[in-house]
Design a protein around this ligand. Structure first.
Ligand code: CA
Length: 516
């Protein structure tokens, strides 16, 4: 029997609303045995810690080739990789809110409708979606969100109204709280009383908040620049206290901890200011994020919960190159806002001591939309997966837990706002549309500054031979075309039965209609 190959192998679709996946029966059984062995004799089910960073690049951690090599050592992330599974093909969406909503719903942006981030109080977000915290909460979990939210500021889309028992953080994104206060970036606002008053009257909350399930968000503190530099410390303390408290509770838990860093503009905590070998704000912030990783793991160990907690670490998109040098490191082409690999290939570390074999590495495909069905399956609650909507995520339990686990995903689909941009299978990637990263009208080679290109003929890249996607290999590799067209037809065909949704498109007036 030939060895398994993702291009040459067939997937199985279990139901019309479920994404087709590979079934590796022996690995499914190995994972099942590991889960059963963990449950045996324990009162509490598995806990989940999802640590999501902002705009941190695929290459920033030492274990991905960055760390000391780019002036910001990351010993705690590297240790996590050595003690768990390091994914090299973990995919987010091209920017913050699309990625976060995909993580929380198991659906691609063209289904949950957040094609781009809401800004400065624009209404519209997660309301109406079925979320991972809601499903886990229904299953008896305590669900805690800490830090950046940015999947809807309107009340119905806030964390406490879409499944979280408790939320402590800010509703939007770092730069929105700071940029108009900084004379470096907005002197015309800082030095104008009229414009300062104008921006203060915009409909966004300038404070970070605390909210309990079903309740109103209460302001904790206004996010001035000095407060902003303390946010990751304050939020880490809140999560440490949460982990301590839950050690004594009967309920299993989900902690969704989203850092402020290292989104532009970074104003490092004084403890880290100038402490990185690079002595730049972004790199100093990476030191703090690494320390936070270490502190959360220490809290789990100290409270005896480390072996009962699956830790998943990632970043919500690639580096934002328009803000260089306040930006991350990726070895891939282009940046945040694009569907070139630099925009969407993110770090992915998974640790569960005693269950996931230490030191594993895999280039198998793993999507943010896989997180919902996978965590639900590990909690023993797959039956709660909604059947009234399409779920793009695939249960990757056997991939993550079996010692020789292979990805159950055949294709990764790239979406650029409302445009289907392309798909990857194995080491090959077909592109139909993309942002141009040689936009001469822009100083930064970034995804958000590029113009949309529709290729006359689809392009094909071999990501192993050509990770920077510069050599179109199509005319020499036509044998692959049918496999890619099949995956594309299958994916786009699902939108006929399950129509797409728009909450945040590029048409602002449409977003206004979603006001709750
Ligand atoms: Ca981001």
């Amino acid at each position: 029997m030939p060895s398994f190959d993702p291009i040459a192998s067939q997937t199985v679709r279990a139901a019309p609303h479920l994404e087709p996946g590979f079934v590796h029966a022996d690995q499914v059984e190995a994972a099942r045995r590991k889960l059963a062995a963990h449950r045996d004799g324990r009162k509490k089910r598995l806990n989940f810690l999802v640590l999501l960073m902002d705009d941190v690049g695929w290459g920033d951690f030492g274990c991905y080739g960055g760390g000391v090599a780019v002036g910001a050592p990351t010993p705690n992330f590297d240790k996590l990789a050595r003690n768990g599974l390091q994914l090299t093909s973990c995919y987010s969406e091209p920017s913050c809110s699309p990625s976060r909503a995909t993580l929380l719903t198991g659906r691609v942006p063209n289904r949950h409708g957040l094609h781009r981030p809401p800004m400065y109080g624009e209404p519209g977000g997660l309301q109406g979606e079925v979320t991972l915290p809601q499903l886990l909460s229904d299953a008896g979990y305590f669900t805690q969100a800490v830090g950046k939210w940015h999947v809807g500021e309107n009340e119905a889309s806030q964390a406490q109204n879409v499944g979280f028992d408790d939320f402590y953080g800010f509703l939007s994104v770092s730069d929105m709280y700071s940029e108009w206060r900084d004379p470096q970036f907005f002197p015309e606002i800082v030095y104008s009383a009229a414009r300062t008053e104008w921006i203060k009257n915009m409909p966004f909350n300038r404070c970070f908040v605390h909210a309990r399930k079903g309740g109103q968000a209460e302001n904790v503190e206004e996010v001035t620049i000095p407060v902003l530099s303390l946010l990751d410390e304050k939020w880490c303390q809140y999560s440490e206290a949460f982990i301590e408290r839950m050690a004594g509770e009967d309920q299993p838990w989900l902690l969704y901890h989203c850092t402020r860093g290292a989104h532009f503009d970074n104003y490092p905590h004084e403890k880290y200011l100038g402490q990185s070998p690079a002595r730049h704000p972004y790199k100093d912030t990476m030191l703090e994020l690494d320390a936070i990783m270490g502190r959360l793991v220490d809290s789990l160990r100290r409270t005896g919960q480390l072996e009962d907690t699956l830790i998943l670490v990632s970043s919500d998109n690639g580096p934002h190159m328009e803000t260089w040098p306040d930006s991350a490191f990726t070895p891939f082409r282009c940046a945040k806002g694009s569907t070139w690999e630099g925009g969407v290939r993110v770090p992915g570390l998974v640790m569960w001591p005693g269950v996931i074999e230490a030191g594993r590495q895999s280039d198998g495909l793993f999507d943010f939309n896989d997180i919902l069905p996978t965590l639900l399956a590990m909690a023993g609650e797959s039956a709660r997966l909604p059947s009234d909507r399409y779920i793009d995520g695939i249960d990757q339990t056997s991939f993550l837990l079996a010692d020789d686990g292979l990805s159950n995903r055949k294709y990764h689909y790239y979406w650029l706002v409302k445009n289907f941009s392309g798909l990857r299978c194995g080491e090959y990637k077909m592109m139909l549309t993309a942002t141009s990263d040689d936009d001469s009208g822009s100083a930064g080679p970034g995804g958000f500054t590029g113009v949309l290109e529709r290729f006359t003929y689809a392009r094909l890249y071999n990501l192993y031979l050509d990770p920077k996607e510069t050599h179109n290999y199509m005319t020499r590799k036509l044998a692959y075309v049918e496999a890619f067209q099949h995956g594309m037809r299958d994916h786009l065909g699902t939108f006929r039965r399950y129509p797409p949704k728009t909450v945040m498109g590029l048409d602002v007036s449409r977003a206004q209609q979603q006001k709750s």
